[in-house]
Ligand binder design. Structure first.
Ligand code: 13P
Ligand code: SF4
Length: 329
């Protein structure tokens, strides 16, 4: 650590105490941001922490929908997002009603979990097409979309959430890959949105085969935002914190990691005796990297970039999040 970084960190820590602030960081954040956080975790852990934590201010080092979830769950706290441009392109792939969204099946997949639709559907259109089918919204959605949904899920609990519903036909939004994974693990019929994460969707089964040839003794882990062909070729499919647990508990010594590179920091830090290789070296989410030590300090100083959600939307979105949080981990 250089002198500039040390000074920045000292200032952040001092202001954090003065403001009664807590710093939450997603597992994909820059190494130095993870290192100053009070809590680092996956989407589910961060939602649970935001709901239960005692503080006046939450500095959310992640992308916009995550800070919004914290604001939905903790309306009595001030939630700050260090960079307002840190968004999630997948969350922006579905709109409640105004914008047109793409909607189709999954060509090339063995299992076809979805129906074909015209290419200009919105969430309300599809709800009208399947009246009564509950909507499971991945947390990677806006507050408005959550408010229009029945229950949320994360990459850690999608199958449990789907199985918790009494219905036989379920609409899953917005990640086609997470939905395909859920379809593979349930007898229910999944109707899926055609969204995707541009970081994970670039992986193919060929990359897994190449990694296995290069590292024959390694266990391959993949995030459920990857394509089904990648998930089927992997040894372990789980969320970012699930990968941390698996690396700690599986007994294996060498791993190939199929997710955003930010996770490598914690994997290596918490398991110095194990070896981790990225499945692809370009798996970087530019939005997650927009948060820096400087931007964390700036929001703590200025108390700006406050994330708020209109109360009518917040109440309905909260119901969807609360239903998910009521399902045991
Ligand atoms: P999690 O494993 O934290 O659910 O990661 C999903 C993700 O892409 C966050 O943007
Ligand atoms: Fe969105 Fe993918 Fe970045 Fe996560 S990694 S914030 S899903 S673009």
């Amino acid at each position: 650590m250089n002198q500039d970084q040390k000074e920045l960190i000292d200032e952040i820590l001092q202001l954090k105490t003065e403001r009664r602030a807590i710093i939450l960081a997603h597992n994909y954040q820059r190494d130095e941001v993870q290192d100053i956080a009070d809590f680092t975790g996956d989407s589910l852990e961060l939602s649970r922490t935001a709901a239960g934590i005692d503080c006046a201010v939450i500095v959310f080092c992640g992308v916009h929908f995550m800070a919004e979830s914290a604001a939905i769950l903790s309306p009595d706290k001030t939630v700050l997002l260090p960079d307002m441009d840190a968004g999630c392109p997948m969350a922006d792939m579905i709109e409640v009603s105004d914008e047109r969204s793409v909607w189709r099946t999954f060509p090339g997949y063995d299992q076809q979990p979805v129906f074909a639709f015209p290419h200009d559907f919105t969430l309300r259109d599809i709800k009208a097409q399947y009246p009564g089918a509950p909507v499971v919204a991945y947390v990677n959605t806006t507050a408005a979309v959550k408010a229009e949904s029945d229950i949320c899920c994360t990459s850690a609990n999608v199958v449990k959430v789907v199985e918790s519903l009494p219905d036989e036909r379920i609409i899953c939004i917005p990640d086609r890959n997470l939905s395909a994974w859920a379809q593979k693990h349930t007898s229910k019929q999944i109707i899926a949105w055609d969204g995707f994460c541009h970081v994970h969707d670039r992986l193919t089964a060929k990359h897994v085969a190449e990694a296995r040839a290069k590292h024959p003794n390694a266990v391959v882990m993949a995030h459920p935002e990857c394509r089904l062909e990648v998930l089927e070729a992997a040894d372990c499919v789980t969320s970012t914190s699930g990968m941390l647990r698996y690396a700690r508990e599986s007994g294996a010594k060498e791993f190939v990691v199929g997710t955003e590179l930010g996770l490598m920091h914690r994997l290596r830090k918490e398991n110095p005796d194990r070896i981790f290789h990225p499945l692809r070296s370009d798996m970087i989410c530019p939005n997650m990297k927009k948060i820096t030590l400087k931007s964390v300090l700036r929001v703590l100083k200025n108390m700006d970039n406050v994330i708020t959600v209109p109360e009518d939307i917040r109440i309905r979105a909260r119901q969807a999040l609360d239903r998910m949080l009521a399902i045991p981990s």
